[in-house]
Design a protein around this ligand. Sequence first.
Ligand SMILES: Cc1cc2nc3c(=O)[nH]c(=O)nc-3n(C[C@H](O)[C@H](O)[C@H](O)COP(=O)(O)OP(=O)(O)OC[C@H]3O[C@@H](n4cnc5c(N)ncnc54)[C@H](O)[C@@H]3O)c2cc1C
Length: 269
Amino acid sequence: MLLREVEYAKPSSVADALAILAEHDGARALAGGQTLINVMKARAASPDVLVDLNGLDELKGIDLAPDGTLSIGPMTTYTELVGSAEAKARPILGEVCNQIADVQVRNRGTIGGNACANDPTNHLPPLLVAIGARMTIAGQGGEREVPAEEFFLGVYLTAVGPGELLTRVRIPAGKGDGFAAVTLGADGTCIVNAAASLNGSLRIALGCVDATPVLVQPESPDDEAVRAAVQGAGIQPPADVHASSEYRSHLAEVLAVRAARAAAEKAGG
Ligand SMILES: Cc1cc2nc3c(=O)[nH]c(=O)nc-3n(C[C@H](O)[C@H](O)[C@H](O)COP(=O)(O)OP(=O)(O)OC[C@H]3O[C@@H](n4cnc5c(N)ncnc54)[C@H](O)[C@@H]3O)c2cc1C
């Protein structure tokens, strides 16, 4: 289907982008377009103005601080994360980005777009929650930082409000991470996924079982402790053509165990 007519702006600074977003109620940021353009074609979204972030160097780049903290521009693509020497400070980032869809999507799709789309089947929301990412949100009134577990608010809904942009993703150093997913086909959409981080205490975030990632914090990475924590979360996953609610609940336990085992192995290695 063809796109509805839409105005297009390509600002040259974040300040200009924020001004355009504040000026037009119906304006939407355009990152890699791998979700937004598709939902526009399907007429599920009809912004009046597309504010193209692709010219903004301020929103690009991966910086590694001396303490190992990564500061990632939201316009960084999956391919850039996979190939980045700096991003190896948190190897799970590249590993998971390399599993998303196909080369074309990985070359265009961005970490910021993936987070801001907050499609419950996306790979990155549970990963960002598990590894303790912190998200910087900017508006004309200034900046604030929110932890990833407070960033994802509902299906396609995040803490980024009208007139605001996600401007940075900060990720602490760590290597004890794991990710496990059951997908539709080799590189397809996730039916359920789980991300685990064992850098200090264990954090596991379950994806595709609710509108936002479900964080569980088992006392240990032992299989039984992980299963008990997932059962204790009382999830009631949605059912659709791909999986029943019961099957998703079962997968959540199995994948949490796999992700926790991988995290424990890497933490000890
Ligand atoms: C065939 C196909 C298969 C896919 N399979 C998967 C998959 O298996 N797993 C997966 O995780 N994803 C998958 N995706 C989605 C893909 O990862 C998208 O790239 C991602 O969801 C959105 O990123 P984007 O950069 O393309 O953002 P866009 O599509 O440009 O934007 C998405 C949303 O985020 C907003 N936004 C973007 N950047 C910002 C910002 N800095 N501040 C505020 N708002 C912002 C936009 O306004 C829009 O609402 C798939 C896509 C396709 C086309």
